[in-house]
Design a binder for this molecule. Structure first.
Ligand code: PMP
Length: 361
């Protein structure tokens, strides 16, 4: 039995051991086909079943209504920064943007190439340590859509509730917290997420789209970039990322077998709470984020004196102790523990102990 390390990577991230073991057991002979799932034709019956299981797993866990399609695409969440406006932007109707940091900014950079937007709320004033207050935001009833990033992976902030945008579709980048809490899908026009943090390996991107919104796209848009294409062909217009879709089917099955979305909600909240409590009690470290904005997926912390040397020392000694992936994102610095759905209690115990006992040398 090889040793599994405590993996706090931000994505690709830790996958459930039970899922990896099941994939391993089925790797060379998938369900009696005599071949690996990676060797199956994407048009074969056994693969169709895998695709359907991945879709129904997501549908059940997120309670996705029938008038929404679930798509398995490629190009990462980053392609969605362009694909969403290509399909949903309407001339003369600027997008309302909620800016919570790097990922929102990347969304805006792509949006600018295709249309206009206005920032209706921003956390920039707090250096993105606090989510903006949306209570008095005047959403534009003429907007093509409103865009929000549900969890900011880099700054470690996460929305607990989503705004009511009236008749204007709400589009959410849920790359770093999808499937970690129940959501009301009907509140959204479109949800997208790269799989590599909470639901599978990299290479597959989930899009959940209310079908009528796909009609907005012009026919002149390249076929592969139209949501319509993938809705009509059930993500089988071209060769989809078959192994990634298979892994999503296993991850959704694993969540269901363990108690479903409410189990994961509680488990992830408990783990984050323990970690924040340890950081809040630490003599050396603190969490820069406001209490009401803290993410339960990406726990960001810093040395109290912003001492880069001490932080590097922490990362190095943690690695030596079998805890990897604790360096903050290169654009934000500091430290970050990503504790997605598949994170283990043992890893949290080990990290809490490590933080409490760490001494600068
Ligand atoms: N959005 C968010 C919130 C992310 O965290 C990331 C990746 N870290 C992306 C988008 C970009 O995803 P990808 O690398 O799949 O394009």
């Amino acid at each position: 039995m090889p040793t599994r390390i405590h993996n706090f990577n931000a994505g690709p991230a830790a996958l459930p051991l039970a899922v990896l073991e099941k994939a391993q057991a089925e790797l060379v002979n998938f369900r009696g086909t005599g071949m690996s799932v990676m060797e199956l034709s994407h048009r074969s019956k056994p693969f169709e079943a895998v695709r359907d299981e991945a879709e129904s797993g997501l549908r059940q866990l997120l309670n996705i209504p029938d008038d929404y399609s679930v798509l398995f695409l490629q190009g990462g969440a980053s392609l969605q920064f362009s694909m969403v406006p290509m399909n949903l932007y309407q001339m003369g109707r600027p997008v309302d943007m909620i800016n919570t940091g790097v990922w929102s900014k990347k969304t805006m950079a792509e949006l600018k190439k295709l249309g206009e937007y206005r920032v209706v709320a921003s956390g920039e004033g707090s250096n993105f340590t606090q989510l903006p207050n949306l209570t008095n935001v005047g959403f534009n009833s003429n907007a093509s859509y409103v865009h929000i990033t549900s969890n900011n992976t880099i700054y470690g902030t996460q929305w607990r509730a989503f705004p009511n945008t009236g008749g204007v579709p709400l589009v959410a980048d849920m790359s770093s917290d999808i499937l970690s809490s129940p959501i009301d899908v009907t509140q959204f026009g479109l949800i997208y997420a790269g799989a590599q943090k909470n639901i599978g390996p990299s290479g597959v991107t989930i899009v959940i789209i209310r079908n009528d919104l796909a009609d907005r796209a012009s026919d002149s848009l390249p076929t592969m970039l139209q949501y319509r294409t993938h809705i009509n062909d059930r993500s089988l217009y071209n060769t989809p990322p078959t192994f990634g879709i298979y892994m999503i089917s296993l991850v959704t099955e694993w969540i269901q077998q363990n108690g479903g979305i409410h189990w994961i909600t509680k488990a992830t909240q408990d783990r984050a709470d323990r970690l924040y409590a340890t950081i809040d009690n630490s003599d050396l470290f603190y969490c820069p984020n406001a209490l009401d904005s803290r993410s339960k997926m990406n726990v960001v912390f810093r040395s109290k004196t912003h001492d880069d040397t001490l932080e590097s020392q922490f990362v190095k000694s943690a690695e030596a102790a079998g805890l990897v992936g604790l360096k903050g994102h290169r654009s934000a610095g500091g430290l970050r523990a990503s504790v997605y759905n598949a994170q283990t209690d043992a890893a949290i115990d080990a990290l809490c102990d490590f933080i409490s006992s760490f001494k600068a040398s």
